[in-house]
Design a protein around this ligand. Structure first.
Ligand SMILES: NC(=O)c1ccc[n+]([C@@H]2O[C@H](COP(=O)([O-])OP(=O)(O)OC[C@H]3O[C@@H](n4cnc5c(N)ncnc54)[C@H](OP(=O)(O)O)[C@@H]3O)[C@@H](O)[C@H]2O)c1
Length: 247
């Protein structure tokens, strides 16, 4: 199959392109670095010629409210229009478990808008909802840092390795469109504060992680289960400690 990976130079995209190529597909990484910009439309028509599937694993360079909404709505609209012109048969996108429950967050509002465009596009589609990547733990810490203190909700989180996310997206990409979403997650449930405390301790980071039920997660208040997948999620095997030890 000829598969175009939008955001194919990113964390998940580069792993996905490598996996697809290893399994005999023609996988093309498309992003501003290779002259394809979904926000402006530059290079889109050209790269989609003859494509069977398009996978969107791009991300907004800015999480600022207006910028992130513009990114996911404009990019997705441009992409869908170009896919229709090119006769693409399956649109796959990566999103986040619990997106629809995190409406206080500008980032998640933009992901909800992205998903709505896809659902209403008329294209055969699949949306993969993944939990937070282990690789993202540092950014979670950074977003919650004030001086030497990291203030985080003790709400539950079931994170997963980016390698496993790429495997899940590949599985969906080469399968039939589900015209809905599938959920994937890691094997362990942590408190968000506990997860970040473990990650920082492993890196000998001196910051102190404080559990605070009122601390916001990318502006969203978490109660207990917003970030957890449902009972039908496919669980992957990589454990956080094993992943840390491999870094
Ligand atoms: N972080 C998490 O824990 C998590 C959990 C679940 C789902 N997700 C989702 O996973 C997706 C991928 O995340 P990631 O961490 O792999 O992303 P990333 O490493 O930040 O990579 C972003 C990619 O988007 C591309 N890009 C940026 N602007 C673009 C544009 N205008 N047109 C086309 N491509 C553009 C970048 O291209 P250049 O290299 O050329 O700049 C890069 O390839 C996101 O949609 C995110 O919502 C994330």
């Amino acid at each position: 199959m000829k598969i175009i990976v939008i955001g194919g130079t990113g964390l998940i995209g580069s792993k996905l392109v490598a996996r697809l190529a290893e399994h005999g597909h023609e996988a093309i990484a498309a992003s501003p670095n290779s002259g394809v910009n979904t926000l402006t439309g530059e290079g889109l028509a050209e790269v989609l010629v003859g494509a069977d599937v398009v996978v969107d694993v791009s991300n907004s360079p800015s999480f600022e409210e207006k910028a992130v909404m513009d990114f996911f709505t404009t990019s997705t609209a441009n992409l869908i229009a170009a896919e229709k012109d090119a006769g693409v048969k399956h649109h796959v996108a990566l999103s986040v478990v619990g997106t629809e429950r995190l409406a206080d967050s500008p980032y998640f509002r933009a992901k909800v808008a992205q998903e709505k465009f896809i659902r209403e596009s008329g294209l055969p589609y699949s949306i993969v909802h993944a939990t937070q990547f282990f690789e993202f733990v540092k950014s979670i810490a950074q977003s919650a840092t004030d001086g030497d203190t990291v203030r985080l909700s003790p709400a539950k989180i079931q994170p997963m390795a980016a390698d496993d996310v790429a495997a899940a997206v590949e599985h969906t990409t080469v399968g039939e469109p589900v015209n809905g979403h599938v959920e994937v997650a890691g094997p362990q449930v942590f408190g968000l504060d506990e997860l970040v405390r473990k990650g920082l301790a492993f890196a000998n980071d001196p910051r102190t992680v404080v559990a605070d039920a009122n601390a916001r997660y990318f502006n969203a208040i978490l109660t207990e289960r917003e970030l957890l997948p449902g009972p039908d999620a496919v669980l992957f095997e990589t454990r956080f400690e094993d992943w840390l030890n491999r870094q």
